[in-house]
Write a protein that binds this ligand. Structure first.
Ligand code: BJW
Length: 265
């Protein structure tokens, strides 16, 4: 495969399909870019409206929550509101279809929306938690202590509701900067990448660790990496095939290519 072929989408699609055909251990790693075409801004994009003047990386921390819980809670409530009307896009559907085709496929996601599951993916490892759930910020009954926010009165001053067990504030069940990822999920992701034949990386900047280290780990263990991202990322230098296109068009095109008979050499 010549390096110049990386820039030709049709050639890259053909190369990617060739790597996938007959693959026995396929692992997929997704990031915010996969949900972009569902209208969900990526993490590093400027937030819209009210949130334009805030850096999301400064809000997604335990220190920010301790300093100004009302602000951080409002940030997450606004994102939940936006998610409420979001639907899976063609990329989520194509990944669910890919799982049907490769029953051992494992999908590792950094995303905190549930769009992969809604689209029908079943073998999903979540590295950064979920916006759908909350927990006690003091984890008073063990780590985590799940709390149903819908069953609690919402304080009028905009603060998060209080934990019904201990009275500490509740918080979204996501992983903030400086917090450990769920150990079992990270272990499973790491093991899958260490034994992957092909790692398909979709829509991540590759900036946030430890998730960003998984492609290098897979590559060191012999996996071939396909990347789908319209922009170069920190993963691009590791990729054997880079599909420089939005996931919502590249993934369905890749599925169509897989359905075609392999061209004779
Ligand atoms: C498209 C597209 C289209 C657009 N189609 N593509 C090693 C080195 C340096 C630092 C560290 C290190 N190890 C750990 C750290 C510290 C830190 C870190 O990584 N910092 C970096 C910023 C330098 N990591 C942590 O703190 C982690 N914790 C940790 O390591 O704990 C250690 C510990 C151990 C034991 C005890 C205690 C501690 C935690 C990281 C948690 C990340 N959480 C967030 C927030 C979740 C909640 C929320 O959403 O609010 O997760 S941060 C944010 O980044 C979010 C994302 O999942 C994550 C990754 O972002 P992603 O998905 O890559 O999105 P973007 O926006 O960056 O990129 C989008 C991409 O899509 C772009 O490339 C576009 O081009 C592309 N795109 N449209 C396809 N249509």
């Amino acid at each position: 495969m010549s390096p110049s072929s990386r820039h030709d989408t049709q050639t890259s699609l053909r190369d990617a399909a060739r790597l996938l055909r007959g693959c026995q251990r396929l692992v997929v790693l997704t990031g915010a870019g996969v949900s972009r075409e569902s209208g969900i801004p990526t993490f590093r994009e400027a937030q819209t409206g009210l949130w334009a003047r805030y850096d999301p990386a400064q809000l997604a921390t335990p220190a920010a929550f301790a300093r100004d819980p009302r602000l951080v809670w409002a940030f997450y409530q606004a994102r939940r509101e936006k998610l409420h009307s979001a639907q899976p896009n063609a990329a989520h559907h194509a990944l669910a279809a890919l799982e049907a085709r490769f029953p051992h496929m494992l999908l590792i996601t950094q995303n905190v929306d549930s769009l992969h599951e809604i689209a029908g993916s079943t073998r999903v490892i979540r590295l950064h938690g979920t916006l759908d759930a909350d927990r006690c910020s003091a984890d008073c009954q063990g780590s985590p202590t799940p709390v149903d926010r819908h069953a609690l009165p919402a304080p009028e001053d905009g603060r998060p509701p209080a934990c019904p067990h201990c009275g500490a504030l509740i918080r979204p069940d996501v992983v903030w900067f400086g917090e450990a990822l769920p150990a079992a999920a990270l272990r499973a992701a790491s093991e899958a990448c260490a034994s992957a034949e092909v790692l398909l990386v979709v829509g991540t900047s590759g900036l946030v660790y430890p998730a960003a280290g998984l492609p290098a780990q897979a590559r060191a263990a012999g996996a071939r990496i396909i990347e789908i991202n319209p922009e170069r990322s920190d993963i691009t230098p590791l990729a054997l095939v880079w599909l420089s296109a939005p996931a919502g068009s590249a993934l369905p095109a890749l599925l169509r290519m897989l359905d075609q008979a392999e061209p004779s050499p």
